[in-house]
Write a protein that binds this ligand. Structure first.
Ligand code: ATP
Length: 590
């Protein structure tokens, strides 16, 4: 079957999500709210499964990561320290005619003739506008279309019968200064802060402004010391958190891909600075090539840890049914990196609308904790016994070398904060001195993923159209969601062959009750069995269990208490003893 075209495929996916109850538009009965989505019965289960898989693999299956569940609204100082108040913004442009807003980097380049006007007059009413305006006209279109748009512009300025002044034409190539929808000039790009504001307390005053968190990560940094002291962890160790985040995105688009309310799953993995690793382990291992670097070692510096987390995250995606070939690793170029980042890898997924970011894995140096230390006045340094013990055993030249390198890295941080050279030097010297006694501010590796983007990637990846036989054996096309059993919303559907045979129904309910405590089960007795299978194929239920007359022993004792187990993808059916059903299914879904 021909691969559906991109737009068509996305339309089919969006429509299936609504039809089957995966994802609905928020507030749909009131016309919806742009950038907000609700998860229906199947979507809610899917999301829960994604989060549970992430939580299990990131915390419960590891010794070195603990969890946190922090509040959404936090002290506004947190967002000053993190840089969100001053710099968390996108450049936006507005259409001068319709006022429609675009993200500046999302305006498609266009070529054509740009017509410029110096103003307009309305002779009948004796009015004049000196506002300049410009319209882009695509090749082959007449100048009249520019004049029509320009007249609308001046009409909005109160000139009912405008006569355009100073018309001038110029060729424009790949310009992003015009609204692609109507050719009107856009405003100059200006920053727009993406944080959603609210007030805490009864008074709506400037002092009470608070923000809905735009990411979950900052709470991890802010609670770093509390977690460290209560969890008995020491570097290297991580804190994981998942939860809602909010961004007032200028152009929410591509279904749930860019929403204004979404969920994140973030890990901050705290490591020793390389200078401390070298002091303790005698050297710092460097990645020897691509691939998983294996079990963590004491001589790992930030590069090995970064590579380790990139690979761990890819393996996670594979374990829930996103094969490596559907993903791409994008290593940000030096000029794309945030000023504090040493390396960032974006894991991209091949969505039908393009290859786009699913998760970012950043080596963020000691920037975050240093910022909170500076803004809160509370020390974020840890005491490392191994470092304290190792330091005096180093030869003098090594001590000087490590101390100098650590001093330089701290000096770089303090200088970037805008401190005077003298103060930056003094603080960096203090920190270098503290290192020799076993103290440092940990560095961090941050794998940061979005739940909703992952749910969308899994939905896109699972969507499949193939052929299946109907009741009479005739092939018909079917839509099947080939979710990995680990994340499938419903794990197994249980069907009595016929609804009007009490013995079949009774037995089927027994099987349902046997499985229900262990997994999500859907019981369905309505309609022809083929149609019931088809409904579950669309829901992505990996297994179907049918109770028939053989189960009741009508064909002899051999088949008594056996059921047919149908595999969603191959549609193959096999006879399985009821007693074997639970271990068999548990093996597949865990
Ligand atoms: P983008 O460049 O796509 O805006 P970002 O680089 O700003 O994303 P991060 O701040 O690194 O994203 O956020 C980490 C993860 O959170 C992203 O990889 C993505 O999965 C998710 N995420 C971020 N913004 C949104 C959003 N508006 N809607 C849904 N998920 C989001």
């Amino acid at each position: 079957m021909a691969e559906p075209k991109t737009g068509e495929l996305m339309e089919k996916i969006v429509s299936l999500c609504k039809r089957r109850g995966f994802i609905f538009q928020s507030s749909e009965i009131y016309g919806g709210l742009n950038g907000f989505w609700d998860y229906g019965p199947l979507g809610a289960e899917l999301k829960r499964n994604i989060k549970e898989c992430w939580w299990r693999s990131m915390t419960q299956l590891r010794e070195d990561v603990v969890g946190l569940d922090a509040s959404i609204i936090m002290h506004p100082k947190i967002w000053e320290a993190s840089g969100h108040t001053s710099t968390f913004s996108d450049l936006m442009v507005d259409c001068l005619l319709t006022k429609k807003r675009f993200r500046a980097d999302q305006v498609d380049p266009q070529s054509g003739t740009a017509y410029f006007y110096t103003g307009a007059i309305d002779e009948t009413e004796g009015k004049e506008s000196k506002d300049t305006f410009s319209v882009l006209v695509l090749p082959g279109k007449p100048v009249e279309s520019a004049r029509k748009t320009a007249k609308q512009f001046y009409q909005q300025r109160g000139l009912n019968n405008p006569t355009l002044l100073g018309e001038r034409a110029e060729q424009a190539k790949d310009t992003v200064r015009y609204n692609p929808e109507n050719g009107s000039l856009l405003t100059e790009p200006r920053p727009f802060n993406l944080m959603l504001k609210t007030y805490v307390g009864p008074v709506e005053s400037v002092e009470n402004i608070s923000y809905l968190r735009p990411e979950t990560a900052q709470a991890i940094f802010a609670q770093f010391k509390n977690v460290l002291e209560t969890s008995r962890q020491k570097t290297p160790f991580g804190i994981a958190q998942m939860g809602k985040a909010f961004r007032n995105e200028i152009n929410p688009r591509n279904f749930t891909f860019r929403s204004r309310e979404f969920e994140q799953m973030e890990l901050e993995f705290f490591i020793k600075p390389d200078e401390a690793v070298e002091a303790v382990a005698g050297g710092v291992a460097k990645p020897s090539g691509a691939g998983h670097p294996g079990e963590p070692q004491p001589n790992w510096g930030w590069q090995m840890w970064h590579q380790y987390w990139v690979e761990e995250r890819i393996r996670f995606y594979e374990s829930i049914g996103l094969p490596r070939v559907t993903l791409e690793e994008y290593w940000q170029k030096p000029e794309e990196l945030a000023h504090y980042a040493r390396a960032t890898v974006d894991l991209l997924f091949k969505f039908p609308f393009g290859t786009q970011e699913l998760e970012g894995i950043a080596a963020r140096s000691d920037f975050d904790l240093s910022q909170h230390q500076r803004f809160s006045g509370k020390s974020m340094a840890v005491f490392d016994e191994d470092l304290k013990a190792a330091w005096p055993k180093l030869d003098a030249a090594k001590q000087v070398d490590l101390r100098e390198r650590y001093f330089q890295s701290r000096l770089k941080y303090f200088t970037k904060t805008g401190e005077t050279a003298e103060k930056a030097d003094k603080q960096a010297k203090e920190d270098a001195e503290a290192l020799t006694k076993g103290y440092y501010v940990p560095h961090v590796i941050e794998p940061s993923a979005g739940v909703d983007r992952l749910a969308l990637a899994l939905i896109c990846n699972a969507y499949c159209e193939d052929q299946a036989p109907d009741e009479k054996g005739k092939l018909e096309s079917r839509v099947v969601m080939k979710f990995h059993p680990r994340i499938a919303s419903v794990k197994v559907a249980v069907f009595p062959l016929l609804k009007n045979k009490p013995d079949l129904v009774k037995k089927a309910k027994e099987v349902r009750d046997l499985l229900r405590p262990h997994m999500s089960v859907f019981y369905d007795e309505a309609g022809a069995i083929g149609r019931r299978y088809r409904r579950q194929d669309e829901a992505g239920t990996p297994f179907g269990v049918t109770i028939d007359f053989d189960t009741l022993g009508e064909k002899g004792p051999d088949l008594k208490d056996t059921v047919t187990l149908r595999d969603r993808d191959s549609m193959k059916q096999e006879r399985v003893k009821i007693a074997d059903l639970l271990p068999r299914l548990l093996g597949a879904i865990r």
